[in-house]
Each structure stands twice: as C-alpha cells, then as structure tokens.
Design a protein around this ligand. Structure first.
Ligand SMILES: [Ca+2]
Ligand SMILES: [Ca+2]
Length: 306
C-alpha cells in the first residue's frame, strides 16, 4: 500500500485538502475492497491524515518540506535539535544529507508514524539514530544532556521549573535499566517497553509534560495490555481523522450558507430591497469550527452592498 501512496505523490499530483475525500476512495477501491478494515498498512483514513498533515506544512505545495516547515508540526512541539538531526541525513531514506535541506513526503510518513507511536520497533530505531550524535550505536550521557538542555530552556521560557539533568537521568535509567552503566543501547530501549516516555523526555516537550501529569501507576501499566488495544498510531489517526472530517463538513456548511446568502442578496438587489435595515447576523450561519473571519465578511458585505 505504501508503494502506491508514494507513487501517487511522486507523480507530482497536488490536491487541495478538500479534494482528497473525493479522489482517494476510487484509488483505494482499485486495491482492495475492505482496505479500511486492515491496520497492517495504511488505510484510507491513515493516508488522509498523513496527507493533510503534510499539506499544512508544505505551504508552497512542491511536495518537499524544509527544516522550518517541519518545526511547525504540532505547534513547535518537537525540539529544534532533533529536527536538525532529521535534516542531517541521520534518518532519511537514502542515508544521505537531504538535497537542498528538504525532505520528501515519504520521509515525512516515516517521521509522523515515528512521532505518533514511539513504541514500535521502527520508531525506536528512528529516534535512536537521531539521538546517537556520534553514530557509535549507544546513547551516552552527553547525548542525553544535549537534547535535555533544549527541553530545559523551553520549560524555563514557559515559567516551568525543569528537573535538574541529574534527577532526570536517575528517572530515565530507572525506566530503561540499561545493561551497561552510562550507555543506553537500542536493545535496552526495545526491552524496556517505555521507549515513548524515554524519547518524549528528550524531544517532545508537550508529550513529556503530559506524561509527567499522569498517574505513575498508569504509566507503569503501559505494555501490560500490549496487542489488545489500538496502537498509539491508530488512536492518533482516528482522532485526527474525526477532526479533519468535522472541519471539512463545517467549511462545506459555511460555504453553502455563504452561497445562499449571496444569492438572496442578489435577488433582493434586483428587487430594490434595502439591506442596511434587515441584515441577518452572519454568525448565525458559521459553526464554531469555521475558520472564516466573520468580521472580514461583514466588512466586505457592507462595502459591496450598501
Ligand atoms: Ca514545500
Ligand atoms: Ca552515541
């Protein structure tokens, strides 16, 4: 499935977000009838979420994003030192430094899956490579400190007192229980079943703070029910898909209302009716999710029709 997704984009197709819903089902049907039921590879919902997330960042829509674009993901939640590592070639598919400092849609797929589900083998390898600055196959204390330093700076700027690195390190070593002192290996992280907590501590402040606020016993239970419930990625994709569909519906509803309003104005103008006295508040029509600036509409309305 991933093959056609990549092929679809490498052909240079560029669809506005709203069009994805119309086009993709037809492509999906060509592949397999009940493809949405499978979670072994991308379902249509997963594809739609990834593509919309990419579209938001790829503002010039050339199907490539640079460091600055990626840093905007999830409202700058990912540390800039990690973003820098992603663009250094540590995790790009070709293992070369990305051309002109940009990564492709395919690289973004790898990034997003890793970011939203840090418990899978692939994502543990992804973030491990990012954090292994000297590429010696272990995470040493200086590497952890390098990434933690930026988290501390961010917390201080938010008036949150960060845990000193030494204390954070104690917690982390307790969590991961590395076989060798002072060195964390890929094997240690995979075995610990806590890789998501480990990586979020060093690269995603929002998620780190979320973990910190949770009941420690619920954190300890992570991994106990493994395989019995939806993965983090599936939960994320389902939530984001619901939001995107709701936004789409709200925007369509708004547009329909907008068209109806304009049509009625046109009719009234033809009939010589005065709109200054019977103007209907436009806020009646816009839903809460609508991103349209109502004030702007009011301004245009008066300009055009009074
Ligand atoms: Ca771009
Ligand atoms: Ca290292």
């Amino acid at each position: 499935m991933q093959v056609w997704v990549e092929g679809f984009f490498s052909s240079g197709s560029a669809l506005p977000v709203g069009r994805c819903l119309d086009v993709i089902p037809h492509v999906t049907l060509l592949e397999e009838e009940d493809i949405n039921q499978s979670t072994d590879y991308f379902s249509y919902e997963h594809f739609y979420v990834i593509y919309c997330k990419f579209w938001e960042l790829d503002t010039d829509h050339d199907l490539y994003i640079d460091e600055q674009d990626l840093s905007k993901h999830n409202d700058h939640a990912i540390s800039s030192r990690i973003i820098e590592r992603i663009f250094s070639g540590a995790v790009t598919r070709s293992r070369k430094v990305p051309k002109e400092g940009k990564i492709s849609y395919a690289d973004f797929v790898w990034f997003l899956l890793s970011e939203e589900d840090k418990k899978t083998q692939t994502s543990i390898e992804y973030w491990f490579r990012c954090m292994d600055l000297d590429g010696d196959g272990v995470l040493s204390m200086y590497e952890l400190e390098y990434f933690y330093e930026e988290q501390c700076q961010k917390m201080e700027s938010m008036a949150i007192e960060p845990l000193p690195f030494e204390d954070c390190l104690c917690q982390i070593l307790d969590l991961v229980k590395p076989q060798c002192d002072g060195k964390i290996t890929l094997h240690d992280l995979k075995k610990s079943k806590q890789a998501n907590l480990f990586f979020d501590t060093f690269l995603n402040l929002d998620k780190y703070l979320d973990h910190e606020q949770k009941d420690p016993f619920s954190v300890m239970r992570v991994g106990e029910n493994e395989g019995q419930e939806l993965s983090d990625w599936e939960k994320y994709a389902a939530e984001e898909y619901a939001i995107l569909v709701a936004e789409e519906a709200a925007s369509e509803q708004w547009n329909d209302g907008y068209d109806a309003e304009l049509n009625s104005l046109e009719t009234d103008i033809v009939n010589g009716k005065n709109h200054a006295t019977d103007k209907r508040p436009f806020s009646d029509m816009a839903s809460e999710e609508s991103k349209v600036d109502i004030n702007e509409y009011e301004y245009d309305y008066e300009d055009d029709f009074e």
